[in-house]
Structure formats: structure tokens, C-alpha cells
Design a binder for this molecule. Structure first.
Ligand code: ATP
Length: 307
């Protein structure tokens, strides 16, 4: 079977709302979030090999210097977890082609893991039941199950309990990458520090946000976007505040730090508005050219290959 390969395309996510509760005894924070998968994809090629597992990475408009190529890469860990689950070796060569900014709060590593799980499952003909694949995904990271499911979904637990949400229409986003990354654990530590002895309340998803999604109303959605990690991300990166203010005071329908940041996202009412917002942010805020995407899109999908 050496030489056989499967190609998988897997999307970035943004959190339309991200409610974060007080840290649990196991060190995780409980989350109540609404994820949306957006049309910005990493591609993962899973190839059968006779040798030991290898991973290579390339980038398209993305700096991949910080992406590990050893066994700590989430995509390789995903294949190892699938092999353990089936009690067999899954000798693979992985190639990850990244378009999703690294350490940007867009679940790049998580979506590569979802792609590798799906790709290896198909390549080796394992037919792992969906529930088991989702269970394995949850052991790899809180965002990995959502990256398999895609669309728009509620995330409970620490984010890994995924329930699809009814939405109408499509939503256009200007995604502004940032040259610096923010470490997710550092942002959570800052969240805890800012709360001090005054613990965060139990996390919730705003009813208004779900109602806006059901109605397909981008204006209402823009006003309901919320991220409890924003104060922590802004505390570590105060410059993000100007950008968010510019988005909120007229340029866009709403603005958010994406997940733990530092990527920021701006909701627009269509592709023309999105180009305008990108231009305004570049000329007034000096941002790098943005990536314009729409959501929701499906989760990880096999796009090609040969056996
Ligand atoms: P999330 O939104 O899930 O918190 P993120 O988008 O902020 O994640 P990632 O792009 O997943 O961040 O990268 C976080 C770190 O994970 C990187 O700095 C890198 O060291 C490590 N990593 C492991 N595997 C991968 C991968 N396949 N792609 C990118 N980073 C990876």
C-alpha cells in the first residue's frame, strides 16, 4: 500500500461567542462557545510509507517556522492516537500545507489534527465509527471535534462537546492576521490573573446571538459577538484595542478577537463591504492585508487521493 495517499481539506474556526468560566480542578476552563467554520483551509496529505512517521510543512502566505515537524505536531499525534485505538501501527508520511495563520486563535493545529484523523482513517480503511472519531478528537484538543463537524455549533465542556446550531444565510468575515502569535495557555493565565479572587461566572451563550443566527441577521449578530478572553488578549497586546474600536465604531458590523488571539475578525454584510473594511483598516490602522472568508463551511473533507 506504500504510495497510496488521501488528501483532506480542513477549515479554520472562529468563535462567535466565547464564554469562559473559572478554572476547573483538572486545569481546564469550562467553555460555552459558538464555533463557526470559515472558508480558510489547511490541506493535509496522508501517505502510506514503509518507514517511520514523517511530517513536512509548507506555507502559503503563512510563516510556518513555529510549526513542529516532530512527534509533537498535533497531526502526527492524531495518527498515533488512531493507531493506538485500533491496536496497530499506522505508518504515514504527512504533508501539511498551511494557509491558516499559526498560533492565531483560528484552530490551525486542531484542524490539521482533524484532517489527519480523517485522512488516516480513510487511507487504512479503518471505518472508525463517527462517535469514536469524535472521542479521539476530544483527547487531542478542545477544538478538534468541531473541526471534524464544521458548520456552526455550540461547544460545551472545555469546548469538545459539539452540538450543531440552526443558522440561516452566510456571514462574511475580514480576518486580520497578526505577525506575533499569542500562546493560548498564556492568555488563559492572564484571564485567571485578571479575575483574581473574583471568579468568572459560569459561561453562557447569549440567547440574542442564537436568535440572530436563526434569523440570518448579520447586523444583530454583529452586536451580539462576545469573547470573554478579549480583556486578557488585549492586556497582553494593548494595540489590539485600537483595531477593535475601529471595527466597532463604524467600519464593520462587529469585531472580535478570534479565540485567544491575536487574530482579529470583523463581520461584514457581504464581499464588497468586506473589501471596504479591509481597505479602511489598512489605511487607518496600518494592518496587513486581510483574508476575506465566508462561513459557515463544512468540517474536514476528503478532497482527493489514490489507493
Ligand atoms: P487554538 O485556536 O486551537 O487555540 P491556535 O490557532 O491559536 O490554536 P495553532 O495554530 O494551533 O494555534 O498553533 C499553536 C501551537 O501549536 C503552535 O505554536 C505550534 O507550536 C503547535 N502546533 C502543533 N501542531 C501544529 C500544527 N499542525 N499546525 C500549527 N501549529 C501546531
Amino acid at each position: 500500500m506504500s504510495g497510496a495517499e488521501v488528501r483532506v481539506s480542513s477549515p479554520a474556526k472562529i468563535n462567535l461567542s466565547l464564554g469562559v468560566g473559572p478554572v476547573r480542578d483538572d486545569g481546564y476552563h469550562p467553555l460555552a462557545t459558538v464555533y463557526q467554520a470559515v472558508g480558510l483551509y489547511d490541506e493535509v496529505v496522508v501517505r502510506a510509507t514503509d518507514g517511520s512517521p514523517v511530517l513536512t510543512v509548507s506555507g502559503e502566505g503563512v510563516d510556518v517556522a513555529e510549526v513542529p515537524t516532530d512527534g509533537s505536531n498535533l497531526a502526527l499525534r492524531a495518527v498515533a492516537a488512531l493507531g493506538d485505538h485500533h491496536g496497530r501501527e499506522l505508518p504515514v508520511e504527512l504533508h501539511v500545507h498551511k494557509r491558516i495563520p499559526v498560533a492565531g486563535g483560528l484552530a490551525g493545529g486542531s484542524t490539521d489534527a482533524a484532517a489527519a484523523l480523517l485522512g488516516a482513517d480513510v487511507l487504512f480503511g479503518l471505518h472508525t465509527p463517527r462517535e469514536e472519531l469524535l472521542g479521539l478528537a476530544a483527547t487531542l484538543g478542545s477544538d478538534v471535534p468541531f473541526c471534524l463537524v464544521g458548520g456552526t455549533a455550540l461547544g460545551g465542556g472545555r469546548g469538545e462537546v459539539v452540538t450543531p446550531v440552526m443558522t440561516r444565510g452566510e456571514y462574511w468575515w475580514v480576518v486580520v492576521p497578526d505577525s506575533g502569535g499569542l500562546s493560548t495557555p498564556a492568555v488563559y493565565r492572564e484571564f485567571d490573573r485578571l479575575h483574581g479572587d473574583d471568579p468568572a461566572p459560569d459561561p453562557e451563550v447569549p440567547d440574542e446571538l442564537l436568535a440572530a443566527l436563526r434569523a440570518g441577521d448579520a447586523v444583530r449578530l454583529g452586536a451580539a459577538l462576545v469573547n470573554d478572553l478579549e480583556p486578557a488578549a488585549v492586556s497582553l497586546r494593548p494595540d489590539l484595542l485600537h483595531l477593535l474600536r475601529a471595527g466597532r465604531q463604524g467600519a464593520a458590523l462587529g469585531a472580535l478577537v478570534s479565540g485567544s488571539g491575536p487574530t482579529t475578525v470583523f463581520l461584514c454584510d457581504g464581499p464588497v463591504h468586506a473589501e471596504e473594511v479591509d481597505r479602511t483598516l489598512r489605511s487607518e490602522q496600518g494592518t496587513r492585508p486581510a483574508i476575506v472568508v465566508k462561513g459557515p463551511v463544512p468540517g474536514a473533507r476528503v478532497t482527493g487521493g489514490h489507493r
